[in-house]
Write a protein that binds this ligand. Structure first.
Ligand SMILES: [Zn+2]
Ligand SMILES: [Zn+2]
Length: 138
């Protein structure tokens, strides 16, 4: 079951629900690969093939979950699926997602719930975001 929260702005009525963690059907990467943008998906699939890591098994070499990100340019929030792949032979990191903003294409920065609530509203740029409550999204 994944958890999340709804962030809202007291000034302009902006509201957005952000997810964290993993859902019930997230037990292998193949089930959720559609959440990964196409170019990244091809890169991930090639790495898995090259290193003989099965995408349809629950393996410790593939880790993924939704994380909170903020855009340093437009201030927008997002909750993309973050994927990390470890080389089964060397234990080194083979891949880590890098996310871009949907609006301005800037590289996103990872953040946390507490930090995010202190940021200005993505819509009106005033401070005063609040957590409207925890949600279970899956
Ligand atoms: Zn942006
Ligand atoms: Zn606002």
């Amino acid at each position: 079951m994944g958890l999340g929260f709804t962030v809202a702005c007291a000034h302009c009525g902006y509201q957005q629900t952000l997810r964290e963690g993993i859902g019930m059907h997230y037990w292998c990467l193949e089930n959720v690969i559609d959440l990964v943008p196409r170019g990244d998906r091809e890169e991930i699939e090639k790495i898995l093939r090259d290193h003989l890591i099965p995408p349809d098994e629950n393996t410790s070499f593939i880790e993924f979950d939704h994380r909170l990100y903020v855009c340093p340019d437009c201030g927008g929030f997002s909750d993309p699926l973050d994927v990390r792949i470890t080389d089964p032979d060397s234990g080194k990191e083979l891949y880590r997602s890098s996310h871009r903003c949907h609006k301005c294409r800037s590289p996103l920065k990872e953040t946390g719930e507490k930090k995010l609530l202190k940021l200005p509203c993505p819509a009106c740029k005033k401070k005063g975001l609040t957590n409207q409550g925890i949600i279970c999204w899956d």
